[in-house]
Design a protein around this ligand. Structure first.
Ligand SMILES: [Zn+2]
Length: 270
């Protein structure tokens, strides 16, 4: 049974690397995502924090934009043997833009909407924390739309000397109404028509606290609780929320870590 499972996995994941009993693919870099396979029953820890392993032995974890240069991975296998290693997380260079002399109304949202923003942030964070113990992420990932990349992960603006939150998504410019596809298998955990910043917003949970957020949509075609397959049309591109033009902003989270979606899909087709 286990032999069959492995040959299936090797077929689906030609890029597995690793040593001993742990295998993975992905990039050990800031914003990187690691998808791996361990013997079922393995207990895994990343920097002292438990990382769940699915009954089939699949696991996922990722690194934040500003993750420190070293991560410690520890595995205790079902037979009691251990594997402990230090892994280098390569740093990245982000695009930082300074803009000075702006009127303060452009920098700070009006006080009337601050309470709303706070409420929505709490709602989104709670949804991303949900634990759905299904390894949907094994479907692999694909671009939800293809087109010109108009914004990249990690970039940051410093307005009047005040650093703003970095841009954690990848922006793809396409006209309103362009179909948006599920980037991987998953289950819809949020479908909100009108959030202050992100407008019509969809969250698809790919299992084990990995999720995609699709923002600034025009139309949402799925509802909360609905399972989706990679490639299903789930929404259309829009310009809802605080944007200057139509585009899709695709974000990924593993727990609190913001993942760079561009690292886990093939290069954008021309
Ligand atoms: Zn964006």
């Amino acid at each position: 049974m286990r032999g069959f499972g492995w040959s299936l996995i090797l077929l689906l994941w030609p890029l597995w690397v690793g040593a001993g009993e742990l295998h993975w693919r992905g990039q050990w870099t800031q914003g990187g995502l690691i998808v791996g396979q361990a013997p079922p029953g393995t207990r895994l820890e990343l920097d002292g924090q438990a990382v769940p392993v699915s009954p089939e032995g699949a696991f996922v974890f990722g690194f934040h934009r500003d993750a420190p240069p070293m991560a410690r991975l520890r595995a205790v296998f079902p037979d009691g043997s251990r594997d402990e290693r230090q892994l280098t997380i390569s740093p990245r260079q982000y695009n930082i833009q300074r803009l000075d002399g702006l009127p303060s109304s452009k920098v700070t949202p009006p006080p009337a909407v601050l309470a709303r923003i706070r409420r929505e942030n709490t709602q989104v964070a709670a949804v991303r924390r949900e634990e759905i113990p299904r390894a949907y992420f094994l479907s692999g990932f694909a671009w939800p739309v293809t087109g010109r990349i108009s914004g990249v992960y990690g970039s940051q603006r410093i307005l009047n000397g005040e650093p703003r939150q970095p841009h954690y998504g990848v922006d793809i410019a396409r006209p309103v109404g362009t179909p948006v596809r599920a980037p991987a298998d998953g289950i819809v955990t949020l479908a909100e028509p009108d959030l202050y910043y992100s407008g019509a917003t969809l969250i698809i949970d790919h299992g084990y606290q990995l999720s995609s957020t699709l923002m600034h949509l025009d139309r949402i075609d799925v509802r909360v609780g609905q399972p989706v397959r990679k490639g299903d049309v789930v929404a259309t591109v829009g310009k809802s929320g605080r944007v200057t033009g139509p585009h899709l902003d695709w974000r990924m989270n593993w727990r609190e870590a913001r993942i760079d979606p561009a690292l886990i899909v093939p290069p954008m087709p021309r």
